[in-house]
Design a protein around this ligand. Structure first.
Ligand code: BTN
Length: 257
């Protein structure tokens, strides 16, 4: 892809008209060889996956759906916060493309005007002594019909509603160009250098929230901070508590099913 310029040798891009899931395809390919730099993109997915086992709904031709393989040169324990750093990279690109005020909801929902614009699913496989294969799946709503929006339980929006009228392949290239230095820096320094940029975009910063796990409320309090591992710090009546995973809602809402 000419749009990748000097980074064209870092990524190998394959685009499928339809696939079960771009992340599943990378998993299949990981068992047969190296996935580092392999990008699988698709026009539509028949089994798109979101976090917490949810289905990721797309509109054929109206969504940006891709997964990037990365052989991270760090042990698994050093990957905490990677999905948040990826969120910062995607927001940075969208802002450069003229979409002001994109936000992130811990850990890595992409929001525009409090509605879900996209999501990030980071999975790991094949742990080695000092490296691990990471699959970074990214879905962004570009232009969804009302029927598709209605099929999603949560309030959703798309790039078109945010005033963006660009080309998906150019957006993919721009995100890859931002991810390359993001991953390089993350490998060296972890999440810490991305923390301030992430916090500046947190949609629920200083808000009263509930944190859920598998549909159960596990804590409530004020979202006061995240730490250098990307963990959420919640001010609760019994003190500050730290969470590395879970799902956040504004009080008194519940997670959408
Ligand atoms: C979420 O917010 O729940 C994460 C959604 C991630 C969706 C993307 S679309 C491309 C890749 N393939 C998948 O099956 N899921 C991710």
């Amino acid at each position: 892809m000419g749009l990748l310029g000097a980074l064209s040798s870092r990524f190998r891009i394959e685009v499928y008209p339809a696939i079960d899931s771009t992340s599943n395809e990378l998993k299949r390919r990981a068992s047969g060889g190296a996935i580092d730099g392999l990008v699988i993109a698709a026009e539509t997915q028949s089994a798109g996956r979101g976090r917490h086992g949810r289905t990721w709904v797309d509109q054929p031709g109206g969504s940006l759906l891709f997964s990037l393989g990365w052989n991270a040169p760090v042990p698994a324990i050093r990957l905490a916060g990677l999905s948040l750093a990826v969120g910062v990279a995607v927001c940075t690109v969208l802002e450069r493309q003229g979409i002001a005020r994109t936000q992130l909801k811990w850990p890595n929902d992409l929001l525009f005007r409090h509605c879900k614009l996209g999501g990030i699913l980071v999975e790991t496989i094949n742990p080695q002594a000092n490296a691990i294969d990471v699959i970074i799946g990214i879905g962004i709503n570009v232009r969804l019909d009302e029927s598709v929006r209605d099929a999603v339980a949560a309030p959703v929006t798309d790039l078109s509603a945010a005033g963006w009228a660009g080309e998906r392949h150019a957006l993919l290239a721009a995100i890859l160009l931002e991810l390359a230095p993001t991953l390089d820096r993350f490998a060296l320094e972890g999440f810490h250098p991305f923390r301030a940029a992430w916090l500046a975009r947190h949609a629920l910063q200083q808000r009263n929230v509930t944190i859920w796990s598998s549909g159960h409320e596990i804590a409530a309090g004020k979202a006061i901070d995240i730490d250098g591992d990307g963990a959420l710090l919640l001010q609760t009546p019994t003190g500050v508590r730290r969470f590395l995973s879970g799902e956040l809602t504004l009080r008194p809402d519940r997670p959408d099913r």
